[in-house]
Design a binder for this molecule. Structure first.
Ligand code: ZN
Length: 271
């Protein structure tokens, strides 16, 4: 805001008689309503025994202007006694001389705009407030992690394969850290490539482990097969500047080993 709103500012925009009369009105409790507006304050000020006047004091640039429907001849750029009373009242009560414009929200709009992390917070709070929903929410969680339909399991497998392939192809050769490091010895480019590829696969291994631990072997298997498919899809046809160029032969064999072991341990042999 361009002006500092205090008594002095109010005085600067009113004649002495209006200031004196305005102060009297204020002291008499003549200001019966006052509220912040987008660029000022508005309110109702009683004038002696007469009816209350509708008053609006506005900040325009560095100036105060007023509107008043009372029996006062309001000079342009000056405040009448009612405007003085209202403005001083606002200063005294520390009413903000600016309210942010309000935009109307339709119900559900905020919920729709949440990020995934914010949605998780809402779910936690909802379940704290309505613990009786916990059983149903858990059922939905099971349905999400362990789909039953064959088509859904296929979609999980295909989605995982696409994720893996995309993540591996996106690995940047600039990130290949090779060379000698004291204490670590020499890292060649193939070893450097595996340091980038392994974390991608490990995320999905964690997912397989999680679903197995929850007793969801079909879903775990779908994810595992998806990882192997994704590795297979990366086989062969690389552009010259992909990290995969240095990943060695038979990716599914090398990088899918742990995931196949996980499934084997769970009693699901994978070819
Ligand atoms: Zn007035």
């Amino acid at each position: 805001m361009a002006v500092v709103m205090d008594e002095e500012t109010v005085h600067a925009f009113a004649d002495d008689t209006e200031v004196t009369e305005g102060r009297t009105l204020l002291a008499d409790g003549a200001v019966i309503e006052a509220e912040s507006e987008q660029r000022g304050v508005s309110g109702l000020v009683r004038d002696g025994s007469g009816a209350a006047c509708d008053v609006w004091v506005q900040v325009v640039g560095r100036e105060l202007t007023a509107e008043c429907d009372g029996p006062c001849a309001l000079a342009s750029g000056r405040l009448c006694r009612h405007a003085v009373a209202l403005a001083l009242h606002a200063v005294e009560r520390r009413l903000p001389w600016h309210t942010p414009p309000t935009t109307r929200r339709t119900p559900g709009e905020a919920l729709h705009a949440l990020t995934a992390v914010e949605k998780a917070t809402v779910l936690d709070r909802l379940l704290d407030a309505r613990p009786e929903l916990r059983t149903e929410a858990d059922k939905m969680a099971v349905g999400l992690l362990a789909p039953r339909e064959r088509t859904e399991l296929n979609a999980l497998q295909e989605g995982t394969a696409a994720d893996v392939e995309q993540a591996l192809r996106a690995l940047d050769t600039e990130s290949l850290t090779t060379g000698y490091r004291p204490g670590f010895g020499y890292t060649d480019v193939y070893e450097a490539a595996s340091h980038l590829i392994e974390p991608v696969i490990e995320q999905h291994e964690a997912d397989v482990r999680r679903r197995l631990a929850l007793g969801m072997p079909d879903a775990a298997e779908a994810v595992a097969l998806g990882v192997l498919d994704g590795l297979d899809a990366c086989e062969g046809d690389y552009d010259g500047d992909e990290v995969l160029c240095y990943a060695g032969e038979n990716l599914a064999e090398i990088y899918g080993y742990k995931i196949r072991e996980l499934l084997r341990t769970a009693g699901r042999a994978m070819e």
